[in-house]
Design a protein around this ligand. Structure first.
Ligand code: BG6
Length: 478
């Protein structure tokens, strides 16, 4: 058997894409709530267009999402039926501190998550909790400028203290920030950053990232003090960069792009900024104001493990004739050897094994794949017994190949891997597009891109397949 017996199989979600109930129990407004579906979404996520209130003109998918706030018991029962050992979810910051800067937390918000954790415990499913998954209370943006302002570190520390203390009996697996490197690509979504005309965006993003990195080290410190059993990880949007061709310029560019991502984990796992980052800051005229105390904080409190999302590798080139790739937030050129999903994301199972080797060679800390999956259009059809389902062989195929790749990384390369949570184990709102039609789940949710539908759940073909995979600890991928 290639995977350890305690391997954590499961699925991954995020509060804003799943919960809905945006005002329930006194929850405050967050950046993710005012990010609409449709033409304005890209500019809002990039911090170029400002929408601060819910309006009639737009559809805001996070407000209702798939209403997990009210359906969590039934949904968790379905995860248990698949045999999940772990469930990745995130905390909506504005449920716990509606404005972000209150002194006391909101009891109704805490009670909601406590109920969710109790429900998971009933089925012996471990929660893996992302402290912030692309969300920050709007008040912290309007009043303080979001993560631009170092004072937000203090509010985040307060949030951490409350979470680690209250949920000590239930949670030991934590992630400090979802895809921390996303701040460079979608800064409003990643960190509540909005830009003024003429603002040096590069500078603002790296300073805000620095504040998040300090906050992440604080979370590790506070988390271990409150419960030494806590396992606290970083989370990066991973996927190695390939050079488009063996031209030295392309190889060098791929390495530089790789640095852009790895810089974050270098700080979180090794506890200091690498030389290439310090030199880049010098060139860009960025002063992080890093003092001895901060340096010590970063050095003394690295993460316990490295978690990452993996959807694809990326390909870059200095050549004019290389063409541009469509797809996710990371720009690049089309890799002529790979096929793409319906949304233009390249599919590269072997790239997962390559990426794992890159990460483990560099950090020698256990890895955790906390997102992977295929976003695809699904069609609800009736099976031979008249039950509604989705024949999603394409999803099974994608997952099978990726599971095989990480099994090889474990078995043949000796990489310690803690677990695997597929993204969007139940259909939920897409982060990049705000669509419902970009589906990842084993469970179909009847809702469309305009938020219309019965919200009814249906098991897809992949549901039974994943159950067998888990039952066999990854031995049976047929
Ligand atoms: C990651 C995010 O970027 O990819 C998730 O952590 C997101 O929040 C996932 O949903 C898949 O991306 P998308 O845009 O297809 O939803």
């Amino acid at each position: 058997m290639s995977l350890p017996m305690n391997f954590l199989w499961g699925g991954a979600t995020a509060a804003n894409q799943l919960e809905g109930g945006w005002q329930a129990g006194g929850r405050g407004l967050a950046n993710v709530d005012v990010t609409p579906h449709g033409a304005d979404r890209g500019d809002v996520m990039r911090g170029i267009k400002k929408i601060h209130k819910i309006d009639e003109k737009h559809h805001f998918p996070a407000l209702e999402a798939i209403d997990f706030y009210h359906t969590y018991k039934e949904d968790i029962a379905e995860f248990a039926a698949m045999g999940f050992k772990v469930f990745r979810m995130s905390i909506a910051w504005s449920r716990i501190f509606p404005n972000g800067d209150e002194n006391e937390p909101n009891e109704a918000g805490l009670a909601f998550y406590e109920d969710v954790f109790k429900e998971l415990k009933k089925y012996q499913i471990e929660p893996l909790v992302t402290i912030t998954h692309f969300d920050i209370p709007m008040h912290l943006i309007e009043q303080y400028g979001g993560w631009k302002n170092p004072i937000v570190i203090e509010f985040y520390k307060k949030l951490c203290r409350v979470l680690f203390t209250r949920f000590k009996p239930y949670v030991k697996w934590w992630l400090t920030f979802n895809e921390i490197n996303m701040i460079l690509h979608l800064p409003f979504m990643g960190a509540g950053l909005e830009f003024e005309e003429g603002e040096d965006q590069e500078k603002t993003k790296y300073l805000a990232a620095h504040h998040e990195l300090l906050a992440s080290a604080w979370a590790t410190k506070i988390g271990h003090e409150i419960n030494p059993e806590n396992q606290i990880g970083c989370m990066v949007a991973a996927g190695d960069y390939y050079p488009y061709c063996p031209m030295p310029e392309d190889v060098f560019l791929a390495q530089q792009k790789q640095h852009e991502n790895l810089m974050f984990i270098d700080v979180q796992a090794r506890g200091e900024y690498p030389n290439y980052a310090k030199k880049m800051f010098e060139r860009l005229g960025i002063d992080l104001n890093l003092d001895a105390e901060q340096e010590k904080l970063l050095k003394d409190y690295p993460v316990d493990f490295i978690s990452f999302s993996y959807y694809s590798t990326r390909c870059v080139s200095t050549r004019d004739d290389a063409g541009e790739s469509t797809g996710n937030a990371f720009k690049g050129v089309k890799n002529p050897y790979l096929k793409s999903s319906e949304w233009g994301w390249t599919i590269d199972p072997l790239g997962l094994r390559t990426t794992m080797n890159t990460l483990y060679d560099r950090y020698q800390k256990p890895l955790f794949i906390v997102e992977n999956g295929l976003g695809a259009k699904d069609e609800l059809v009736q099976d031979e017994n008249g039950n509604w389902t989705v024949q999603d062989d394409y999803r099974i195929d994608y997952l099978r190949q990726h599971i095989q790749a990480f099994k090889d990384a474990v078995e043949l390369d000796g990489i310690p891997l803690l677990g695997y949570t597929t993204w969007g184990c139940i259909d939920l709102v897409s982060a990049s597009t705000g669509e419902m039609s970009k589906r990842y789940g084993f469970i179909y949710v009847d809702k469309d891109d305009q938020g219309q539908g019965s919200n009814q759940r249906y098991r897809k073909k992949s549901f039974d397949w994943y159950k067998k995979v888990i039952e066999s600890n990854g031995e049976n991928l047929d």
